[in-house]
Structure formats: structure tokens, C-alpha cells
Design a protein around this ligand. Structure first.
Ligand SMILES: CC(C)(COP(=O)(O)OP(=O)(O)OC[C@H]1O[C@@H](n2cnc3c(N)ncnc32)[C@H](O)[C@@H]1OP(=O)(O)O)[C@@H](O)C(=O)NCCC(=O)NCCS
Length: 159
């Protein structure tokens, strides 16, 4: 397990965010992220990052909490490949859960590609349940699994 420092992200963290985005084949366009971080978008997003506790303090992962209608939505979650399976995704989701409750959300919703078994395993481990499947939701025709969880998120205890 790795215990990162978790904090809100600002415009200064843009290079770290873009570096993490480059590790996945999908991510929000740079313009959208810039405008979110400048608070001049209508998206009402909260960016939360996990930082290494070294002097360089690079960004090891980040999550984005957004709003759709009146629901809290996990818009993005990416962890540095070299730091995966060390509990950072879990810790970021717990921070997202705190922020979502502060914003008076009762549930957190997300969409995940049907083929993304690591992410689905993480979400199952944090008490998300499948609400429905949206056929052909992604631009390559892949289905999206819509999941949601009651807040606060809880990590399942494994026996
Ligand atoms: C999915 C992702 C965010 C998980 O982050 P992480 O920091 O590695 O997750 P954690 O270490 O907190 O994992 C917690 C639990 O989730 C499950 N899990 C996470 N990654 C897994 C994997 N590759 N295979 C199977 N189970 C996995 C396990 O149950 C794990 O507990 P364990 O390691 O004790 O077995 C990370 O793999 C990632 O950034 N992937 C690329 C981006 C992405 O797909 N984001 C999600 C978009 S919806």
C-alpha cells in the first residue's frame, strides 16, 4: 500500500494531469481540462490528486468529480501505471466520496467500459452496483456499464 498526499488540483497541476492522460487511450480534451481548472467552464468539476511524498511530489493519480443533473458523477480516474495496485485508486475514491457528500450528493454514479475489468473490480470493491448497460455508448461502439453507490463509499472487507 502507498499512502499519498491527497489534495485538490489547480492549474499548476496541468502537466501532471496530461502526463497521466497520455497513459490511457481515452481522456478529456486538454481544452476542457484547462477550462475546468480555470473555473470558467459550466461543468462544476472538482479535481483531486494523489501526490508522491517525495520532494519532487509528482502526481501519481487523479480523480474528477462532476455533476449531471442533480447527481454526483465520477468523470475520470487515472493512476500512474507504476503505482497501480497499491491502494491509490481506493484512497482517491474515498476523497471523492467526502467531497461528494460535502456537495450534498447522496449517491455517486459512473460509467465504465465493459472491457475495463481492473476498474470494474475496483468499483465492485467499493460497493458500487450495476444500474444498467448502455449499448454502444462509446465512440468505438463499446458498451458502458453504469454503476452507482450510496455515499459514503465503503471499502468491502475481504475475508
Ligand atoms: C482502475 C485503476 C484506477 C485502479 O487503480 P489502483 O490504484 O490500481 O487501484 P487499487 O490499488 O486501489 O485497487 C483496489 C482493488 O481494486 C481491484 N483492482 C484494481 N486493479 C485491478 C486489476 N488490474 N485487476 C484486478 N483487480 C484490480 C482489486 O480488488 C484491488 O485490491 P487488491 O490490489 O488488494 O487486490 C487503475 O488501474 C487505472 O488507472 N487504470 C487506467 C485508467 C482507468 O481505467 N480508469 C478507470 C476509468 S472508468
Amino acid at each position: 500500500m502507498y499512502l499519498p498526499e491527497i489534495d485538490f488540483l489547480t492549474f499548476n497541476d496541468l502537466p501532471g494531469i496530461l502526463r497521466l492522460n497520455a497513459s490511457v487511450s481515452w481522456s478529456w480534451p486538454e481544452d476542457v481540462i484547462k477550462s475546468d481548472l480555470n473555473n470558467d467552464s459550466e461543468n462544476e468539476t472538482t479535481y483531486i490528486g494523489a501526490f508522491a511524498t517525495t520532494t519532487e511530489a509528482p502526481l501519481l493519480g487523479y480523480a474528477v468529480l462532476g455533476r449531471e443533473n442533480r447527481r454526483g458523477v465520477l468523470m475520470s480516474l487515472i493512476i500512474d501505471k507504476n503505482f497501480q495496485r497499491r491502494g491509490i485508486g481506493t484512497q482517491l475514491l474515498l476523497a471523492v466520496s467526502d467531497c461528494a457528500m460535502y456537495l450534498n450528493f447522496r449517491r455517486l454514479m459512473l460509467r465504465v467500459r465493459k472491457s475495463n475489468s481492473p476498474a470494474i473490480a475496483l468499483y465492485n470493491n467499493m460497493s458500487f452496483i450495476t444500474e444498467k448497460v448502455r449499448r454502444g455508448y462509446y465512440s468505438n461502439g463499446e458498451d458502458a456499464i453504469v454503476m452507482s453507490a450510496k455515499l459514503p463509499l465503503k471499502v468491502k472487507i475481504r475475508t
